[in-house]
Design a protein around this ligand. Structure first.
Ligand SMILES: Cc1cc2nc3c(=O)[nH]c(=O)nc-3n(C[C@H](O)[C@H](O)[C@H](O)COP(=O)(O)OP(=O)(O)OC[C@H]3O[C@@H](n4cnc5c(N)ncnc54)[C@H](O)[C@@H]3O)c2cc1C
Length: 496
């Protein structure tokens, strides 16, 4: 039976997959392509998460696509506005008609003889299997499990008389008005939820095991606001995007090179927001250096405002067990609660859990090495999109998609065939793909591909370096093999 064939298959219709569609349309006209999406809607993360206050924690001038200006006043934007931005992009660029919804990709098998992938998806409620073939497979499937967030096994959770919930599965009609809420966690989600629920809830407590670095940012970009009065929207976007790239890179570099100085600066910023007698070191002095874990941004100091108003507080302690009325802490203190939100994070998952086979052999992802942060050693005509940990996701997503288009054009010039990263340099050491010390990374990173200790295997986490390498750098380097296609081989044989 002949299977439906595409030049390119993209997996995932989130921010990255929709962007990939636009890049393919623009840079690879004439190619056939489709997006396979497990869910029944566009948007990925920005549709899945529905908790109060859901918002970006990086600015929309860099979280937005390179080709579509973010025109709203808010620079740190709410989830529904980001979702609408992604959907609008899909509509405007006619990407939506290329999406096959309710297609969960479970397996992809590469055949070197045919130079193509066979991609297997489970479709709809009945999980009927459908197969497609493609020349190039591009994974835009995010980096975490969609069906379950991470919920620790809290002792006594079953005894709790109130409601225990996770932000990834927010109950649609959860009424927290006048209720006592405890949010367990100290990451971006907890820092978003606490001010969003404060004021409506009777009281919100953020219960953290250990502190996180927190930095206040203005919710609106004043420079962009001023530029809008005199410049067209595209110019405002380009200038503000460049400014934000440079500022975040400079801030990150200072934090990594001068951690002592950065710690003082961050502490000063927090002290300016809280009463003089507030125990800052107890609740806001992490044990690690800035950017050993992701830094949390607080727009317009909303978290601190809620604390100052007495609507919220922060407790740094450990859960000993749940009780019928709330949580007993290791210090002996009891926190009474009607609702407990376990903002304890994600479960990382590579490539949506898909099984990958190359010429009949299962690929053990943990034994592959990431090439330029977007392809894998030994896996032909395959790319993936995972954004930066220290800057906006889309900066990398745009570069990765453009690079995929360059590879596809190069393959065309080669008469088809395939591109496969290959490491034969014994001096390249192995390092974890993400070098964060955060629990959610440490729990899963062993099962992810590795990165190498030097280029082209090293992840720069640096937009400017990647811009030079991925947009303007050569496609031919020591790590990449282009294998000629049949057309080319036949032509060479004829010529001989
Ligand atoms: C709450 C939250 C807030 C965030 N805020 C920011 C931020 O402010 N700035 C930032 O830079 N990053 C942020 N991130 C990271 C964020 O995930 C990215 O910004 C971005 O949304 C990722 O887009 P994506 O399309 O790559 O992945 P996702 O949004 O995860 O979308 C992946 C899509 O692939 C589909 N899929 C997965 N597996 C399969 C499969 N096997 N078959 C078919 N389809 C599949 C999923 O259903 C989904 O639709 C945040 C993440 C979370 C969870």
């Amino acid at each position: 039976m002949s299977l439906e064939h595409f030049d390119v298959l993209v997996v995932g219709a989130g921010l990255s997959g929709i962007g990939a569609g636009v890049h393919l349309q623009t840079h690879c006209p004439g190619k056939t392509w489709a997006i396979l999406e497990a869910r029944d809607t566009i948007g990925g993360t920005w549709d899945l998460f529905r908790y109060p206050g859901i918002r970006s924690d990086s600015d929309m001038f860099t979280l937005g696509y390179s080709f579509k200006p973010w025109t709203a006043a808010k620079s740190i934007a709410d989830g529904p506005s980001i979702l609408e931005y992604v959907r609008q992009t899909a509509r405007e660029h006619d990407v939506d008609r290329h999406i096959r919804f309710r297609h969960k990709v479970v397996r992809a098998s590469w055949s070197g003889d045919d130079a193509r992938w066979t991609v297997e998806a489970e479709c709809g409620e009945a999980r009927e299997t459908r197969r497609y073939t493609c020349r190039f497979l591009y994974m835009c499937s995010g980096y975490y499990r969609y069906d379950a967030g991470y919920m620790p096994d809290f002792p006594g959770a079953g005894d709790f008389g109130g409601q225990l919930t996770h932000p990834q599965h927010w109950p649609e009609n959860l009424d927290y008005a006048g209720k006592r809420v405890v949010v367990i966690g100290s990451g971006a989600t907890a820092v978003t939820l606490v001010p969003a629920m404060a004021g409506t809830a009777a009281h919100v407590t953020m219960l953290q095991r250990s502190p996180t670095y927190v930095l206040t940012l203005p919710g609106e970009d004043r420079i962009a606001g001023a530029l809008r009065k005199v410049l067209p929207e595209r110019a405002v976007y380009a200038l503000t995007r460049s400014k934000n790239v440079l500022m975040s890179l400079a801030f990150y570099t200072v934090c990594r090179r001068y951690p002592g100085f950065a710690k003082k600066l961050l502490r000063k910023g927090i002290a300016a927001q809280l009463p003089a007698d507030y125990p800052i070191d107890e609740h806001f002095r992490p044990r690690y250096n800035p950017w050993d874990q992701r830094l949390c941004f607080v727009p317009d100091a909303d978290l601190f405002k809620a604390v100052r108003r007495g609507q919220a507080d922060i407790v740094t302690d450990h859960v000993e067990r749940f009780t019928p009325d709330g949580i007993r802490l290791k210090s002996g203190r009891e926190l009474a609660a009607d609702i407990v939100v376990s903002a304890t994070g994600l479960q990382l998952l590579a490539f949506g859990g898909m099984q990958i086979r190359v010429d009949g052999e299962d690929v053990n992802l943990a034994r592959t090495m990431s090439y330029k942060g977007m392809m894998l050693s030994g896996v032909p005509n395959f790319a993936y999109c995972i954004g930066y940990t220290n800057a906006s996701w889309t900066l990398k997503a745009d570069l990765a998609s453009q690079y995929v288009c360059r590879i596809i054009a190069r393959l065309d010039r080669n008469g088809g065939g395939y591109a496969v990263p290959h490491n034969d340099d014994p001096s390249v050491g192995e390092e974890p793909l993400i070098d964060f010390s955060s629990g959610y990374v440490q729990r899963a990173i062993e099962s992810f591909p590795k990165q190498g200790s030097k280029a082209p295997w090293k992840l720069h986490q640096n937009y400017i370096k990647d811009l030079i390498t991925l947009r303007y750098g050569t496609l031919e380097d020591s790590g990449m093999r282009f294998v000629a296609g049949r057309d080319d081989t036949a032509a060479a044989a004829e010529a001989a």
